[in-house]
Design a protein around this ligand. Structure first.
Ligand code: ATP
Length: 239
C-alpha cells in the first residue's frame, strides 16, 4: 500500500472574493518527495501556496498526514511541519539576518536547538553568516532569498513550500539555490513542493510534476516520463 501523503488536497478551490482562481485541485506530496507545480504567470501558483500554508481560505479538503485541516491557521500548518518560503521573500527588512532566522523558530521552545540550527544554516549559507548582524533589507536579492529559505527551515519543517524562489535572480544564484535545496532534501529528507515558472530548472530536482493552467491541474505525472514526452516538453516545459 502507498504511504499516507504528508500533504494532500482533494477538490481544493480558492480565490479572492467573487473570483475563483483555483478549481478542484487534487495533489499529494509524500514524505521526502520533491514535487513541482508548473504554470504560467497568473495560473494560480501563489494562490495555491498561500492556501496550503494556511494563509488563504479554501473549499475542499486539505489533509496533513491523512487528517483534515480545517481553519485557516498558518501557525497550525507550521506546527504540523509545513513551512512556506513566500514569493517576494517576506523577510523583515529592519531586523538583522540573525533575528530573521530566530523569528523563523518562534514555534519552538528548545532554545539550544534553535541556536544550533542557526549555526547549521550559516554553514550552509556562508554569505548569510558574514552578514549576520546586518539588516535583512541591505542584502542582495539572492541573499534575501537564501535568508527566506533558511528562515523557513528554522521551524524544522517536514515539507518546505517554495513559491518561485528563482524569481528575479541571476541564473548562477538560482542554480546555487536549487542545488542547496536539493541537498537539503537528500540529507535531511525534507520534502519540497516547488512552484516555478522556470520549468527546465525545476524539472531537474522534481520527481513528480503538476501542470497548472488557469487554476486547474491539466496533467500530472512522473517527472522523468514527462521529460520523455516530446509533446509535453514542447507545449508545457518549453524546452
Ligand atoms: P505569478 O507568477 O504572477 O505569481 P501565479 O500563478 O502565482 O502567478 P496567482 O498569483 O496565484 O498566480 O494569481 C492568480 C490570479 O489571481 C491572477 O489572475 C491574479 O490577478 C489573481 N489574484 C492574485 N492575488 C489576488 C488578490 N489579492 N486579489 C484579487 N485577485 C488576485
Amino acid at each position: 500500500p502507498e504511504a499516507t501523503p504528508l500533504l494532500e488536497t482533494r477538490g481544493l478551490s480558492a480565490g479572492y472574493g467573487q473570483s475563483l482562481v483555483l478549481r478542484d485541485v487534487d495533489l499529494a506530496v509524500g514524505p521526502g518527495q520533491v514535487a513541482v507545480v508548473l504554470g504560467a504567470n497568473g495560473a494560480g501558483k501563489t494562490t495555491l501556496m498561500r492556501s496550503l500554508a494556511g494563509l488563504l481560505p479554501f473549499s475542499g479538503d486539505l489533509l496533513v498526514d491523512g487528517q483534515k485541516v480545517g481553519a485557516v491557521r498558518p501557525d497550525r500548518m507550521v506546527g504540523r511541519g509545513i513551512s512556506l518560503v513566500p514569493q517576494g521573500r517576506g523577510t523583515m527588512s529592519a531586523l538583522s539576518v540573525h533575528d530573521n532566522l530566530r523569528a523563523g523558530a518562534v514555534s519552538r521552545r528548545d532554545k539550544a536547538g534553535v541556536e544550533e540550527d542557526v549555526d547549521r544554516w550559516f554553514t550552509t549559507f556562508p554569505r548569510l553568516a558574514e552578514r549576520r548582524d546586518q539588516a535583512a533589507g541591505t542584502l542582495s536579492g539572492g541573499e534575501q532569498q537564501m535568508l527566506a529559505i533558511a528562515r523557513a527551515l528554522m521551524s524544522r519543517p517536514r515539507l518546505l513550500l517554495c513559491d518561485e524562489i528563482s524569481l528575479g535572480l541571476a541564473p548562477r544564484i538560482v542554480q546555487e539555490l536549487f542545488e542547496t535545496i536539493a541537498q537539503i532534501n537528500v540529507e535531511m529528507g525534507t520534502a519540497l513542493l516547488l512552484v516555478e515558472q522556470n520549468a527546465a530548472l525545476a524539472m531537474k530536482v522534481a520527481s513528480y510534476v503538476y501542470l497548472l493552467e488557469v487554476g486547474e491541474v491539466v496533467q500530472h505525472g512522473d517527472a522523468r516520463e514527462f521529460e520523455q514526452s516530446d509533446s509535453i516538453r514542447r507545449v508545457y516545459l518549453g524546452y
